[in-house]
Ligand binder design. Structure first.
Ligand SMILES: Cc1cc2nc3c(=O)[nH]c(=O)nc-3n(C[C@H](O)[C@H](O)[C@H](O)COP(=O)(O)OP(=O)(O)OC[C@H]3O[C@@H](n4cnc5c(N)ncnc54)[C@H](O)[C@@H]3O)c2cc1C
Length: 370
């Protein structure tokens, strides 16, 4: 097993390079609910956070897999849409001004002699942190790719598996394939952006939220989306960039001109590069010390939320929130050795944001009664 890379303490000229890095107290890998709530608990302890996520938006599984589904087991919220819970978490942590590196995957980690870490993404962005919180959930989401000849040649040349920036499709002809929520929702959304949207699905039935299916029906009637079912894309064309696709519908082939093909056939989670960081892994999850602080076998690297495992582990949002809270106390002790922390209730102490804002309960009026 390869241990987390240990590199010498940076020399002074190397220190100047570090200045160009993103500096933070806690580097959180994963902007799912666990990673987001970590920012709040860390903020109460005056610790600054920066979050990396491979996806273009925060929210993890909630945003990517079920934004419109209600969740019924968040304490104090009898039912809340997954997307709304993410928005609320973002609002709750705003005061603590977290930094975000989105659409980038944490690839390598180096531990410096002073016990701090440098995490580098697949795009070369470097982050220097005093502690690492891996909140990577089930891992990075890899798109399920359709088996179409030469599809890899067209990746980033007309074939996109995620809609990272809708503006890429402004005034372009696009073909989306798939029958789930993502295919429905992006077809509807991009109808206002692209010059032409065609949705292709191999069945006549769609597996999505009822309001999305109804909206697509309406968009089809209005001519805002071309719907072709049951049909499958069977080949791609274009010399340097995609310019057309061929579909098979009821045994007949038809070629359609298009600038982009977006197959949305679901995502498979993969632990990815984190699995090579020298962490103890069990059943595709990171083993942690749950009796204390959710630290891994490498001091200073913690794993919280769906990504960790310990006896009795439950992969639930509320468990991730609890783990994040205890972990932050441990990071505080690591960064401020010997300094006593006294637990304060937010109702009593209020919340002081890093942006100068303060939330506090209304002060009691001191007035004598005649
Ligand atoms: C359909 C469905 C319904 C659910 N319903 C409920 C429910 O009702 N109640 C409940 O409590 N739970 C529910 N869950 C489970 C819940 O969604 C998870 O427990 C929760 O999302 C875990 O949060 P997390 O922050 O730990 O991880 P995630 O939400 O998985 O977020 C992890 C993030 O880390 C990122 N990431 C991973 N590796 C890297 C890397 N190397 N670099 C950069 N980014 C990385 C991923 O892109 C992802 O965004 C449901 C799950 C599903 C799929």
């Amino acid at each position: 097993m390869q241990l987390c890379n240990s590199v010498p303490k940076p020399k002074s000229n190397e220190r100047s390079k570090l200045k160009k890095m993103i500096e933070t107290d806690i580097l959180i890998i994963g902007a799912g609910p666990t990673g987001l709530f970590t920012v709040f608990e860390a903020g109460l302890l005056k610790l600054k956070c920066h979050i990396i996520d491979a996806l273009p938006q925060p929210g993890g599984q909630l945003s990517e897999l079920y934004p419109k589904k209600p969740i019924y087991d968040i304490p104090g919220l009898p039912d809340v849409l997954a997307g709304d819970l993410v928005n609320n978490l973002m609002e709750q942590i705003k005061q603590f001004q977290p930094g975000f590196t989105l659409s980038e995957t944490a690839e390598t980690i180096d531990k410096l002699d002073d016990g701090t870490f440098i995490v580098t993404t697949n795009k070369g962005t470097k982050h220097h942190a005093k502690a690492i919180a891996i909140a990577g959930g089930l891992g990075t989401f890899e798109p399920r790719k359709p088996e179409i000849d030469r599809i890899s040649f067209y990746e980033e040349k007309g074939v996109e598996y995620f809609v990272k920036d809708p503006e890429l499709f402004r005034d372009k002809k696009i073909v989306i394939a798939g029958g789930g929520d993502s295919a429905l929702d992006w077809s509807i959304f991009l109808a206002d952006v692209a010059s032409e949207v065609t949705l292709i699905h191999r069945r006549n039935e769609f597996r999505g939220a009822l309001d999305s299916v109804e909206k697509l029906q309406e968009y089809k009637k209005l001519g805002l989306v071309n719907l072709i079912t049951p049909a499958e894309v069977i080949s791609l064309h274009g010399e340097e960039h995609l310019n057309a696709i061929t579909i098979n519908k009821d045994g007949n082939q038809e070629t359609i001109k298009t600038d982009y093909f977006i197959p949305l056939f679901g995502l498979t989670p993969k632990l990815g590069a984190i699995a090579n960081w020298g962490l103890e892994i069990e059943k595709n999850a990171i083993k942690v010390n749950n009796a204390l602080d959710y630290q891994t076998n490498i001091p200073g690297i913690y794993a919280i939320g769906d990504v960790n495992t310990y006896p009795g582990k439950l992969k639930l949002i509320l468990c991730g929130f609890h783990e994040a809270t205890l972990m932050c106390q441990s990071v505080y002790q690591r960064i401020n050795p010997g300094k006593k922390y006294v637990l304060k209730y937010t109702t009593v102490s209020g919340v002081d944001g890093f942006d100068g804002t303060r939330k506090e309960a209304e002060k009691a009026v001191v007035k004598s009664i005649e």
